[in-house]
Design a binder for this molecule. Structure first.
Ligand SMILES: Nc1ncnc2c1ncn2[C@@H]1O[C@H](COP(=O)(O)OP(=O)(O)OP(=O)(O)O)[C@@H](O)[C@H]1O
Ligand code: SF4
Ligand SMILES: [Mg+2]
Length: 351
């Protein structure tokens, strides 16, 4: 498949799977390989690699500042002004780092839908939400105003909004946070993308609505055979719906594994620590299901620790951990960036 054919393939905004032209079975939906990003001389992402297969839902987790959003934005070519990006990013086989501006425009919203971190600030407050969805449809697909309006109404129904007609005419401030998030999902799906990047889609929503949005994303992904990169600091959310988990710390991918293995025997101490902190909070009596903070402060990419960046906070650290940056190495079908991975047996409640 060429870049142009991938970018121009129009697909109807329905819950039926994407068209065959964009889905060469052997091509992963997303391959990020050796991505590094520097802004003003500070390396914010270092050698980030991850893959999302066709129809797979992958969770990208890590604490605040670990580089999740920058990774998501880099995939779309939306890097900060003056940033220096190296490595390759392929979406459905198209290299986003070398694609012509016209191809990139078609890929954004056409092949890749993005749900940004703050739904309300991503919507135009001065336009009815239905009109905003219809505009996205018309920007990518050859449709009349009437057809785009019908498509937008259909999408609003598909994301579970109770009264699509009244929602279509509503301004963002007239909708609840959960409804705005559903509108954002409808907009991201408007052109039938093959890949959806959802950046913290449940932040600022109450626990019940969070669960509804996550369930909605999973069911839409299953119905459309859509590939999803779900970005969140909440590992508990990821383990509920994702097939695989990729963990970032201080601008690096430190671990990638199946959700089943992360839950039974995580292969990196940071993933294990995230899991444990979530468990402590979930068991708490205050009814709050958000993860607890880990002990210690996340490392800053401005002055990253020597060697393993997690070593100042790692309960398993040894002097050799600070000697050199651990390579990311294959382990049981996954990958881990830990010099002690062969020695540690991590699981619930340990050590
Ligand atoms: N435009 C920018 N210019 C300079 N530094 C930036 C810029 N955007 C992000 N950073 C820095 O890059 C690092 C990673 O930021 P990023 O937003 O990707 O983190 P995150 O994992 O998404 O965190 P959060 O969970 O808080 O959303 C942080 O140290 C942040 O301060
Ligand atoms: S390399 Fe050492 S400090 Fe880093 S995660 Fe592994 S055990 Fe902990
Ligand atoms: Mg973020």
């Amino acid at each position: 498949m060429t870049a142009q054919s991938a970018g121009r393939h129009p697909r109807a905004p329905t819950l039926i799977g994407p068209g065959p032209g964009a889905r060469a079975a052997e091509t992963p939906a997303l391959v990020v390989d050796g991505l590094s990003l520097a802004v003003d001389g500070v390396t914010l992402l270092s050698d980030v690699s991850l893959t999302v297969s066709r129809g797979e839902m992958v969770g990208l987790v890590g604490e605040s500042g670990s580089g999740k959003t920058l990774t998501g934005l880099s995939i779309l070519g939306l890097v900060p002004h003056g940033a220096r990006l190296t490595g390759s990013i392929r979406v459905a086989g198209v290299d986003m780092t070398t694609a012509a501006p016209a191809v990139l425009r078609q890929m954004r919203g056409g092949q890749v839908g993005m749900i940004f971190q703050e739904p309300r600030s991503s919507l135009n407050p001065a336009l009815p939400v239905g009109r905003q969805i219809a505009d996205v449809v018309r920007a990518h697909l050859d449709m009349s105003r009437g057809q785009a309006r019908a498509a937008a109404l259909s999408l609003l129904g598909q994301v579970g909004l109770p009264s699509p007609r009244s929602c279509f005419a509503a301004y963002p401030h007239e909708l609840s946070g959960g409804m705005c998030q559903r509108v954002m999902i409808a907009m991201a799906l408007a052109c039938g993308p093959s890949l959806l990047i959802a950046d913290e889609p449940t932040t600022a929503l109450d626990v019940t609505v969070q669960a509804q949005i996550i369930t909605l994303l999973r069911s839409i992904a299953d119905e459309r055979d859509l590939s999803v990169l779900l970005i969140t600091h909440n590992l508990a959310v990821v383990t509920q719906v994702c097939d695989r988990v990729v963990t970032m710390y201080c601008g690096q991918v430190v671990n990638a594994d199946t959700t089943a293995r992360v839950l039974s025997a995580p292969s990196h101490p940071y993933t294990w620590a995230l899991l444990e902190s979530g468990r402590v909070k979930l068991a708490g009596a205050d009814g709050d299901s958000s993860p607890a903070e880990l002990a210690g402060q996340p490392a800053s990419p401005v002055h990253p620790p020597q060697g393993c960046r997690f070593h100042p906070r790692c309960p398993f650290a040894e002097p050799r951990c600070a000697a050199a940056v651990p390579e990311i190495t294959p382990v049981n079908g996954g990958q881990t960036r830990c010099v002690r991975h062969g020695e540690l047996l991590l699981g619930a409640g340990q050590p």
